[in-house]
Write a protein that binds this ligand. Structure first.
Ligand SMILES: [Zn+2]
Length: 305
């Protein structure tokens, strides 16, 4: 009964949220994410007031019971700042202390195998050095650190379509802010392994309830690169103008995963040339999503470019 009431409450909120037209580019909507400039190098912050465990005991809100922000499918999964705010009220601040994460029983074996293989790959990375922004968010370029960063944020992995035929993975804070969903595209992904990991680490950043789950910002219209060409999604090829597929801080989901890959390119000492080249290619592409001039300049300086 408790659970049913809980789902109903979320459902009624979602209807309200859908009627709100504020986008992530509104200064007010950005709220904490823009103001709090703290990526946190270690485990997520604990909140003495919020009791995340009580929400956890009740279980995740069934995804089917929640009206979600409609996905355009142009790029990675998007949730609204309002949905993130409601998730924070419902679940509190995440405070994962136990190690490990579960896979739902309906996650196909080959998807689970691919995910574990990808995380195993991340574990092997050696580097030592790192840029200042990377140290702030992830610590050193180091496999055990990367794995620990993921493991300290994600409690469960499930299977969902993430609202779009093009999606690969998502975190839906309003269902469970610490759960990552993989789609069937995860094993059909035509991008290199390091690009798939970029998506996974992008999504893991969205578990951070203490930062409004790092909602995306809305890309400008028009949205063009230095050559005057329309900016397109490297994941789907869709035009990004006006899409909620940008960032205004280096610490956001696009920003942080860009920093991760740029550091793999620069400092990984045991990666193949192919991995480093792929990492650089995808990092440079995603840097284009950082639309705040100061944030972008900060990242370029951090990368030494
Ligand atoms: Zn995202």
């Amino acid at each position: 009964m408790l659970r049913a009431l809980h789902a109903a409450a979320i459902l009624s909120f979602a209807v309200v949220a859908l009627s709100v037209t504020a986008r992530a580019s509104d200064p007010q909507a950005l709220g904490d994410a823009a103001a709090v400039f703290d990526g946190g190098g270690g485990a997520p912050m604990r909140d003495a007031v919020a009791d995340f465990s009580s929400a956890r005991k009740m279980g995740a809100v069934p995804v089917a019971a929640v009206r979600r922000t409609k996905q355009s499918g142009a790029d990675l999964f998007y949730f609204s700042p309002q949905e993130a705010a409601q998730a924070k009220k419902t679940f509190g601040i995440m405070s994962k202390t136990a190690k490990g994460f579960t896979f739902d029983s309906d996650v196909p074996a080959d998807i689970k195998k691919q995910m574990l293989a990808d995380l195993d790959f991340m574990k092997t990375i050696q580097g030592g050095s790192a840029t200042a922004l990377h140290k702030k968010i992830f610590g050193a370029v180091d496999g055990s650190g990367y794995y620990g960063w993921f493991d300290s944020r994600v409690t469960a992995i499930g299977l969902d379509d993430c609202g779009s035929a093009n999606a690969v993975a998502c975190v839906m804070p309003f269902s469970d802010p610490s759960k990552m969903w993989l789609t069937n595209n995860f094993i059909k992904f035509s991008h290199p392994q390091v690009a798939r990991m970029m998506v996974v680490y992008h999504e893991a950043r969205h578990t951070e309830s203490q930062h409004g789950n790092w909602s995306h910002a809305t890309c400008p219209t028009p949205f063009r690169d230095d050559q005057g060409k329309d900016m397109k999604s490297i994941w789907t090829g869709a035009k990004l103008a006006g899409e909620p597929a940008c960032d205004v801080t280096p610490l956001g989901s696009y920003g942080s995963s860009t920093i991760l890959l740029k550091n793999v390119q620069k400092y990984c000492s045991n990666c193949t040339d192919k991995v480093k080249m792929d990492a650089g290619l995808y990092a440079d592409d995603q840097l284009g999503r950082v639309i705040d001039k100061d944030a972008k300049r900060q990242m370029q300086q951090d990368f030494g470019q």
